[in-house]
Write a protein that binds this ligand. Structure first.
Ligand code: FMN
Length: 197
């Protein structure tokens, strides 16, 4: 089985829901299975919050997960048009893997959620691609052969799946957004399987 790591940070649950849908797309691909992992919160400097291992939900990702995966789906909410600090902190800790070329040649995709429709989905997605490119990963986008990319009135970009959660973070994942998350998970798994052959 090709193990696809779906690694995300989510404070309010929108990105978590997307991660579950991407994992669903992975699992719909014969020969692939999803491994869901999250990352701990970090202190903003204004608070001193520590982040105990959560009692519910996926465990925190470890370097071992990156070593063992055949592909990676990386998700973060948008923070000022960029990825959230907890995801950046996790990635900043992957220097030893970069030195070894652990992720070089593996496929990866990215996904995000925003409160406003034009609040930086694309810039956040690209911000997440940059460290993955440094690692030598092969970025897998979302092609317009997915009809929902043209039909969506909310999230969904060729750079990766996205969700418009609304200012109150209360908008459910739309049908088009859901279909694109599942398609992205499938596509990543299919590419990983092809590369593994
Ligand atoms: C500090 C901070 C910065 C944010 N910056 C943006 C932003 O630039 N654009 C935007 O549309 N939403 C922004 N948001 C809102 C989140 O991206 C949005 O609520 C997202 O859906 C949260 O995902 P989650 O429920 O998985 O945590 C910001 C939220 C916080 C707390």
């Amino acid at each position: 089985m090709a193990e696809i790591l779906v690694l995300y940070y989510s404070a309010g649950g929108s990105v978590r829901r997307m991660a579950e849908l991407i994992a669903e797309g992975v699992e719909r691909t014969p020969g692939a299975q999803a491994r869901l992992r999250t990352v701990p919160r970090v202190s903003s400097g204004f608070d001193r919050e520590v982040s105990p291992v959560p009692e519910q939900g996926p465990p925190y990702g470890e370097h071992r997960d990156l070593e063992e995966c055949a592909g990676l789906a990386l998700g973060s909410p948008t923070r000022f048009g960029n990825m959230a600090a907890p995801m950046k902190a996790f990635l900043d800790g992957t220097g030893p893997l970069w030195m070894k070329g652990t992720l070089a040649g593996k496929p990866a995709c990215v996904f995000t959620s925003t409160a406003s429709l034009h609040g930086g989905q694309e810039s956040t997605l690209i911000s997440m691609m940059l460290p993955l490119l440094h690692h030598g990963m092969l970025i897998v986008g979302l092609p317009y052969t997915n009809a929902e990319l043209n039909a969506t009135r909310t999230g969904g970009t060729p750079y990766g799946a996205s969700h418009f959660a609304g200012l109150a973070d209360d908008q459910p994942v739309s049908d088009a957004e859901r279909a694109l998350c599942v398609a992205q998970g499938r596509r990543l798994a299919e590419v990983a399987l092809k590369l593994a052959r």
